[in-house]
Design a protein around this ligand. Structure first.
Ligand code: GDP
Length: 310
């Protein structure tokens, strides 16, 4: 079993590459849920859905979210009724959120609802929300606290960030299968996801980080940063707000207690010495994934570092 920790966008790219190289039944994907939101009374899980749609071949890769070719008629009607519509829910995407919300209301856990959705969409990999309990990323700004989606989508991450925390995480428990997937893994991959708001909440769920530290098999991470810049999104800004050095070295330091190897950009070769001092082996390569070929090549390189998964 290959176990993967991921958020949405960056993680989905590497997971798409991995899906071309390994038997999907051998893949356990532990996914961030702290970006989840309740919209029009519906439970929306952006990262779970991005990963599920990616593996189902339904993802809109250009936009990086939602379903390819989706229409927005329901959202347009919501706008006419006077609702805020900055979070773009497509019509087909809406069916996923309706299904999840109905299942949750009927008493299913988020893990059970996630399994039902991925089975319906024909996805063979196991997709595990990190927790069935509600965890919510809160962004602290000079004008008060906002949710992650208000910061990321509504305000296009323009607001100054004074801090980030995960409401509810102390009381949360890992979802069924999460700790087992880490303990039984032949290897663990930490995707090039946002270290603060995607991997951060996963590591903050009590028991997850401790389980990762105990893993004796290889743990390989891929940096989401090239130089001092995130490939996309607000990772650099959020890392700075948390006092984390904005570089692949900062990413390595954030994971140094459990990660063995980190793939960094060739441009960051100069950081190799400082990363090695942390006890993490740096491997410089091309970590940008534009095309399907890039995703597959990077997945192969990660798998080669892991070696045979006996
Ligand atoms: P989110 O939940 O949508 O924020 O998804 P993730 O946390 O999985 O993805 C966001 C991160 O992916 C950002 O920090 C990006 O820098 C990173 N990312 C996006 N595309 C790439 C890529 O092609 N290569 C690498 N190395 N990182 C990427």
């Amino acid at each position: 079993m290959l176990t993967v920790l991921t958020g949405g966008t960056g993680g989905a790219k590497l997971i798409q590459g991995l899906s071309l190289e390994v038997d999907l039944r051998d893949l356990a994907i532990i996914c961030n849920t702290a970006d989840d939101l309740v919209l029009y009374g519906l439970h929306v899980s952006p990262d779970l859905d991005t990963i599920t749609y990616t593996l189902a071949g339904l993802a809109d890769e250009e936009k990086g979210w939602g379903v390819k070719g989706d229409t927005f008629a329901a959202l347009e009607s919501m706008r006419k009724y006077g609702w805020e519509t900055w979070f773009k829910l497509g019509d087909r995407d809406l069916a996923t959120h309706l299904t999840r919300s109905v299942l949750l209301r009927e008493g299913s856990s988020l893990s059970q609802a996630t399994s039902r959705i991925r089975e319906t969409l024909g996805v063979k990999a196991s997709i595990l929300p990190v927790s069935d309990d509600r965890i919510e990323t809160r962004i602290v700004t000079p004008r008060g606290e906002i949710s992650f989606q208000e910061f990321f989508v509504r305000d296009r991450w323009s607001q100054e960030v004074k801090g980030v925390y995960f409401a509810g995480v102390e009381r949360s428990r890992p979802a069924p299968g999460v700790i087992e997937a880490i303990q039984s893994a032949a290897a663990v991959i930490v995707c090039p996801s946002n270290p603060v708001t995607s991997i951060g909440p996963i590591l903050a769920v009590p028991g997850v980080r401790a389980a990762l530290r105990e893993v004796e098999r290889p743990i390989v991470a891929v940096s989401p940063l090239i130089g001092g810049t995130a490939v996309s999104g607000p990772a650099a800004k959020l890392m700075a707000s948390m006092g984390i050095e904005v570089s692949a070295c900062g990413v390595a330091r954030a994971y140094a207690d459990f990660v063995d190897t980190i793939l960094i950009a060739r441009e960051d070769e100069g950081l190799r010495g400082r990363i090695a001092e942390l006890g993490v082996e740096p491997v410089a390569t091309s970590i940008l994934m534009h095309s399907a070929a890039d995703k597959r090549r990077l997945a192969r390189e990660v798998l080669a570092l892991i070696g045979p998964m006996c």
